[in-house]
Design a protein around this ligand. Structure first.
Ligand code: SF4
Length: 84
């Protein structure tokens, strides 16, 4: 997964550092350090941190699995195609 913090938006509230201390750390006033490529074991904590950020400065991007193209499309069609 990829994590991006918009440091122009971040206000240093430290909610993220509290909820995911392995991924986010405040060093000094409003100086946020973070791991842009944390491992998946931290996913839950990081998603919680992103949701808790008061100014929504944290973006989390999930990698697209290379083999998921046709299978994912077929699966999505099967699950989502019951409109009528
Ligand atoms: S919770 Fe949001 S505003 Fe606070 S330090 Fe983290 S990224 Fe910045």
């Amino acid at each position: 997964m990829r994590v991006v913090v918009d440091l122009a938006v971040c206000q240093g509230y430290a909610q993220c550092a509290f909820l995911a201390p392995d991924a986010f750390r405040l060093s000094g006033p409003e100086g946020l350090m973070y791991d842009p490529g944390p491992d998946d074991g931290q996913r839950a904590a990081i998603l919680r941190a992103a949701a808790a950020c008061p100014v929504q400065a944290i973006s989390v991007e999930q990698p697209q699995p290379a083999a998921a193209g046709p299978a994912a499309a077929a699966s999505a069609g099967g699950e989502g195609g019951h409109g009528r």
